[in-house]
Design a protein around this ligand. Structure first.
Ligand code: BDR
Ligand code: CA
Length: 310
């Protein structure tokens, strides 16, 4: 069995990514740590718990850092809806989060199983930055980390230069990017255009007629509307599920390269920009693998596989 840990600011596309991992038969999710991001950490924790219960699992959910390390929080209700879940007002989860703090739980999990737990980060990097500051030894014990974050080709959704997860806590992202953890950065550009679920794709998802397929579309109702109206894109953008698809099947990423990548933390204009030295002009040691291209049909098939009945 492959072992995963998911760090998430659980709103609607995070929920689908969590569902994908929980419904992959050869993957065990050791824990889900929640962080402030698209929604406050309490709301994200509730959304993560609801998703775990929908999948019939008992995966522990841990609540974590409740604000960026040095900045004010900024939520994304306009995109994900007032509950982060498309305004669906899902019932309260039956269970509660684990009492251990997310950062402590993550450190203990990695130290307890060195080299075994793949990390998938779907929100701002405040939890993981805190973990590597408290316990720098964990960097060597994480075999691979997939980060939904940044914009390698430099088209941001928060500013022209920056994507939300990195913009929200750039100081944390910078710490993690220089921590020595092996990282594949999956930028926001990979969920746009043809990588959206268009009307035909969404009709196909609905035709699967499972609670997981319905959940995928329902909780993203607000995201679909905003994505179309704001960006003029064809349908549903799923940045976190694209990243999870790559974590589940690395073949989904068809072109990658290791480069020196840094995060801008000083300028107001380019706060949170992921600066990729693609040409190596800085002569610095490459620290991050960057995903440059994905196989779009394979990404969608990887999603659909997890939405079907067993
Ligand atoms: C990121 O922000 C959220 O909308 C998604 O969950 C993803 O983590 C994309 O910029
Ligand atoms: Ca997210």
């Amino acid at each position: 069995m492959r072992r995963f840990w998911i760090d998430t600011d659980t709103a609607s596309d995070d929920a689908v990514a969590i569902l994908m991992a929980l419904r992959t038969p050869d993957v065990v999710v050791d824990g889900i740590s929640v962080v402030s991001g698209n929604v406050p950490v309490e709301m994200g924790t509730r959304n993560a718990l609801y998703t775990v219960e929908l999948c019939g699992k008992q995966t522990p959910v841990y609540s974590g850092i409740d604000r960026p390390l040095l900045r004010e929080p900024s939520y994304a209700y306009f995109f994900h809806g007032p509950d982060g879940m498309g305004g669906m007002n899902y019932p309260e989860p039956a269970g509660a989060e684990d009492k251990v703090h997310a950062v402590d739980a993550f450190i203990d999990a990695v130290r307890g199983s060195p080299g075994e737990i793949t990390l998938v980060i779907l929100g701002p990097l405040s939890n993981i930055a805190s973990a590597v500051r408290i316990a720098p030894d964990i960097a060597d014990k994480i075999p691979m980390c997939y980060v939904m974050g940044g914009a390698a080709a430099c088209l941001g959704n928060m500013t022209p230069a920056a994507e939300f997860n990195i913009w929200a806590d750039p100081d944390a992202a910078r710490i993690v990017f220089h921590s020595g953890i092996p990282i594949l950065m999956v930028g926001w550009e990979h969920c746009r255009g043809e990588a959206n679920l268009d009307d035909d794709d969404m009709a196909f998802v609905r035709s699967l007629n499972t609670p997981y397929a319905d959940f995928t579309l329902d909780c993203n109702e607000s995201a679909i509307k905003t994505n179309r109206e704001w960006l003029g894109d064809p349908g549903l953008a799923l940045p976190d599920p694209v990243t999870m698809a790559i974590a589940l099947d690395p073949e989904v990423c068809t072109k990658r390269g290791k480069h020196f990548v840094d995060v801008e933390t000083i300028s107001d204009l380019t706060r949170g920009m992921t600066v990729v030295d693609e040409l190596g002009v800085l002569n610095k040691e490459p620290n991050i693998e960057v995903c440059w291209e994905i196989n779009i049909p394979l990404w969608k098939e990887t999603l659909y596989t997890t939405l079907r009945d067993e």
